[in-house]
Design a protein around this ligand. Structure first.
Ligand code: 13P
Length: 253
């Protein structure tokens, strides 16, 4: 069985003050986790501040991207080795906002996943189609290509990581993919993983795109939806806790 994961991506939001208030609220209402692993991807500058309170609750930490090289003249970039040194266990790679705004190609995403794995960082590889792809009936092909580029580079090593299916049209729009639409794509992703190498059938596949407390349980009830990558709602401790609770109570055992 794949590990269940509920992850929060703070994107470029937050401050030391927000982080302190957030963890204080989390501690107040924390539940012992039986089914899922909880991860937080704050801005890298807040990572050191998050180490202690996250460890106290058993929350894993990650960064939002890494550079393919281990060091060098890359002003403004962060190496996977540095993220490990700072206490991260995970990194996102290929988030659609980076694909769109920083021009990251499928190959760029693949080398970042490889760099993360070399450094001992688990990559959560983000894939997802834009609305025009979906309307043109190309959603599956786009997601397959995104995934296959990573698999061609890292192969079986991806067993240490996870996939996040985030349809771009559902991110930050309030328009969630229906559980059926999300499940259909998760099944495609599971098929690609299973066909690619031994040991990849159990890679967690989480859904992202306007996940909120009121839609999480229905998504988590689907066979191949192993959790969520939550953006906006993860900035609110109560909302994020409610999504974690949905996984603890409604997700597949
Ligand atoms: P929202 O939950 O704000 O739609 O963001 C999803 C996302 O991009 C998580 O990485």
């Amino acid at each position: 069985m794949p590990q269940r994961i509920v992850a929060g991506n703070w994107k470029m939001n937050g401050s030391r003050a927000l982080l302190a208030a957030y963890f204080a609220a989390m501690e107040q209402a924390w539940m012992p986790l039986r089914r899922c692993e909880v991860l937080l991807f704050p801005p890298a500058l807040l990572l050191s501040e998050a180490l202690e309170p996250a460890a106290a609750l058993g929350i894993g930490l990650g960064v939002q991207t890494v550079h393919p090289e281990a060091s060098g003249a890359y002003t403004g970039e962060l190496a996977a080795e540095m993220a490990v040194d700072a206490g991260a266990q995970w990194t996102l790679v290929g988030h659609s906002e980076r694909r769109a705004a920083c021009g990251e190609s499928n190959e760029d995403v693949a080398v970042r996943a490889a760099a993360a794995l070399r450094a001992g960082l688990k990559p959560m590889v983000c894939v997802g189609e834009v609305l025009t792809d979906r309307r043109a009936g190309r959603a599956e092909d786009v997601v397959r290509e995104q995934l296959e580029a990573v698999l061609a580079t890292v192969g079986e090593d991806l067993s240490a990581g996870a996939i996040a299916y985030e349809p771009v049209w559902a991110i930050g729009t309030g328009e969630t993919a229906s559980p059926e639409v999300a499940q259909a794509m998760h099944a495609v992703i599971r098929d690609v993983l299973r066909g690619a190498a031994n040991g990849l059938a159990d890679v967690p596949i989480v859904y992202g795109g306007s996940v909120k407390p009121d839609n999480a349980a229905a998504l988590f009830a689907e066979t191949d939806i192993d959790g969520a990558l939550v953006g906006g709602a993860s900035l609110d401790a109560a909302a994020f806790l409610a999504i974690i609770a949905a996984m603890e109570t409604h997700g597949n055992p």
